[in-house]
Write a protein that binds this ligand. Structure first.
Ligand SMILES: [Zn+2]
Length: 468
């Protein structure tokens, strides 16, 4: 994902002066100005693990809810795990007789180094039809939209037929300890029939604005796991090299991991996803999806899908080296060398099985393993007619009759902690992005200005449909 979006030459050729925020056709939409104010404030608060401004953001949002007419007794900010959670209950009239629905998003963002970015990551900049800034997509887009629609619906006097509960986490991008707190310690505040997650879902739009292939609703996710693998060695003077060397042994282990392909896996959800998406995707990729859906043992289909970073993770478990450390001096033989291996494990496969596979693939008993992430494995959430119907209304608002296709995230979201606690979760954000535009976690994160306003309208329709 760490890809420079513009080469220096392209940039100077483009050199478009930044626009004033809100200088566009959407400024007049109900609560459009309020939405922009909250979005700008949120993006400009450094809610990263190191900067630690997530509690400040939670308190700011809480104050907005109070100003918006939500009773203080229904707004809860709690500082947990060095960050914060925010819970807000929108009381319904109970006429549906149904249990509450939780709405999940996260307030924290991935770290951003200003010196690496073209623009300051913690200033919301509107330029060339985009909003730039850390979190513009992930997930201050979803967080803002849910917040503003609570405020708008309240101001309009709307009363849902069941309670709606905002459950915003504060460390989704790092430990997800706050998410577990939301689900477990604050269960009496967040207990609900299911979760709508504003941190997943959406469609890929084209430059000409034509109808996308499908809307993707997240209904499952892979298990996130990380191991640190280490080789140690007595070391010595570098003028006296020996055959045994911690860095070389680690390098061999890493090459073996690179060369290993995990077996093909599939479930009903991924096959349905490939069948639906394949029918609407042109070229070899579309053909490969259709063939995989029909026969997951089709070698050409597997090879073609696995050559595409967007789909390799949907065909099985992946493990990749992400961090590296080793040696202590220029002129010393290394006493240790270590690497982080990050795996995204297909639902239904245990962590132990993946670790055993990695040990076998490495084939060196001197390489030690240490788990560096507390993993949570979950099953797919069962598809629900009520969620699909409400979501279809919201999707139709932008792209009439666009087909909704459930999918499995290769990345992880808060949804897994709700699923693990027995609360199904559905990623339903109206994230309409151009391919390769979002750059979530990477440099120069941006979203289309149009998408920001589309997502506001999306949640407005969705909330009214699911609880109206
Ligand atoms: Zn996110």
């Amino acid at each position: 994902m760490f890809k420079k979006l513009f080469a220096a030459t392209t940039l100077s050729a483009l050199m478009i002066a930044p626009q004033a925020l809100g200088e566009d056709a959407h400024a007049g939409m109900p609560f459009g100005a309020k939405a922009l104010e909250i979005y700008k404030t949120a993006v400009e608060m450094k809610s990263t693990k190191n900067h630690g401004e997530t509690p400040k953001l939670a308190r700011y949002l809480a104050a907005e809810f109070e100003k918006g007419g939500f009773p203080a007794s229904d707004i809860h900010v709690a500082e947990v795990a060095g960050t914060a959670v925010l819970i807000v209950r929108y009381r319904g009239d109970g006429l549906s007789g149904k249990r509450p629905i939780s709405i999940s998003a996260h307030m924290d963002v991935v770290e951003a180094k200003a010196e690496d970015w073209v623009r300051d990551p913690f200033t919301l900049i509107q330029e060339d039809g985009y909003f730039f800034g850390r979190g513009t997509a992930d997930d201050k887009l979803g967080m803002t939209s849910v917040t503003v629609n609570f405020l708008r619906l309240k101001a309009e006097g709307w009363v849902p037929n069941r309670d709606l509960i905002i459950a915003f986490s504060g460390d989704e991008e790092t430990g997800m300890r706050s998410t577990r707190t939301l689900v477990n310690e604050f269960r009496e505040l967040t207990d609900s029939e299911f979760v709508l997650n504003a941190d997943a879902g959406g469609a890929t739009v084209t430059l000409d604005g034509s109808t996308p292939a499908s809307f993707r609703m997240q209904a499952a996710e892979k298990t996130y796991a990380s191991w640190e693998i280490t080789v140690t060695n007595p070391g010595g003077h570098s003028s006296r090299p020996r055959d045994d060397n911690a860095i070389y042994e680690l390098a061999e282990a890493l090459i073996n991991i690179r060369n290993h392909k995990f077996p093909v896996r599939y479930n009903d959800l991924t096959r349905t996803f490939f069948r639906g998406t394949g029918a609407k995707t042109s070229g070899d990729l579309g053909k490969a999806m259709a063939r995989f859906a029909a026969d997951p043992t089709d070698e050409w289909a597997v090879k073609t899908l696995r050559a595409d970073p967007s789909f390799v993770g949907t065909t099985g478990t992946t493990c990749v080296a992400t961090q590296l450390r080793g040696g202590h001096a220029q002129n010393a033989l290394p006493q240790s060398a270590a690497a982080t291996i990050n795996c995204r494990i297909f639902p239904g496969i245990g962590l132990a099985e993946i670790k055993t596979t990695l040990e076998r693939v490495i084939g060196n008993k001197d390489v030690t393993f240490k788990s560096v992430y507390d993993s949570t494995a979950t099953d797919p959430s069962p598809l629900r007619a009520d969620v699909l119907a409400a979501l279809q209304k919201a999707v139709d608002n932008k792209f009439p009759d666009l087909e909704i296709i459930p999918f499995m995230s290769s990345g992880g979201t808060d949804g897994k902690h709700f699923r693990a606690a027995g609360i199904p979760s559905y990623g339903v954000n109206g994230g309409y992005h151009r391919a390769n535009d979002v750059n979530a976690h990477g440099l120069n994160e941006r979203i289309l200005v149009q998408t920001f306003y589309d997502n506001l309208a999306h949640w407005y329709v969705l909330l009214k449909a699911i609880a109206g």
